[in-house]
Design a protein around this ligand. Structure first.
Ligand code: SF4
Length: 243
């Protein structure tokens, strides 16, 4: 059953009847049941699943592999990932039997950030060129965007619902209510490949210039008040869809 979101969604910033219905319906399901139920509402071709192939990425990818291996994984390749992350992407996706599509920034834009080392003092713009803009380019092809963010990870994520919505696009967070202890336990139990930097004290893993050893996300953009790249803030969806 594919939805006609143009008819059923509300305006930007307002929760539509459908968003309210979906959040109520999915709240009491297990995380795996939520993913199964997603496909009652959306065709696989309408679902964008992204992953950074970081330390906790195996959690949501394992669930999707159990429910629907036809679901492709999109990886935003900023050009600044650790070699270990690129190797882990190949290793984990092979173990799960899922296909990965890499999405790249515009070469000219990326080159400017590289030459001028924007991650040092223009990090928000660097993330904009290398992460948000490449996502912006593909989002209009989908009706729902899925990510494995969890509420405990950042103050912004603590406010996310299972479904967020703006202008004909849903954002779906099926494991938003998984806590850190449960995630760690599951990663052990699943016996899936783990990101090698996890064993070197990296609690969260992003681009190599902005990721340092530390607990949780304390090693991300160390020394600045930046906590998000901009991909997972609701405002980025609004920007993407309204501009
Ligand atoms: S995380 Fe750092 S290197 Fe990666 S895009 Fe953002 S500012 Fe640039």
């Amino acid at each position: 059953m594919a939805l006609d979101l143009h008819q059923k969604n509300g305006n930007a910033g307002q929760a539509s009847d459908l968003q309210i219905k979906l959040n109520a319906e999915f709240a009491n399901l297990t995380q795996e049941q939520r993913i199964k139920r997603l496909y009652d509402y959306f065709d696989v071709s309408e679902v964008l699943l992204t992953s950074s192939f970081g330390g906790s990425s195996a959690l949501i990818l394992d669930l999707f592999s159990k429910v629907n291996k036809a679901q492709k994984i999109h990886f935003i390749d900023t050009g600044y990932h650790f070699d270990e992350t690129l190797a882990y992407k190949d290793q984990l996706s092979a173990a799960l039997g899922m296909e990965v599509i890499s999405v790249h920034p515009q070469p000219e834009a990326h080159e400017v950030t590289r030459k001028e080392q924007w991650w040092i003092d223009r990090a928000n713009e660097c993330c904009g060129f290398n992460k948000v803009d490449p996502l912006d380019a593909i989002l209009p092809n989908y009706k729902v965007w899925v990510s494995g963010v969890m509420a405990y990870q950042t103050p912004q994520r603590a406010h996310f619902k299972i479904f967020e919505e703006s202008n004909h696009l849903f954002k779906f967070h099926p494991i938003i209510d998984m806590d850190e202890a449960e995630g760690n336990r599951l990663i052990e139990e699943l016996q899936l490949p783990q990101h090698p930097l996890t064993f070197q004290g990296y609690g969260s893993i992003g681009c190599k210039y902005c990721t340092f050893q530390g607990k949780g996300r304390e090693g991300r953009w160390t020394g600045s008040d930046k906590t998000e790249c901009g991909l997972h803030t609701v405002s980025s969806i609004l920007t993407v869809k309204e501009n």
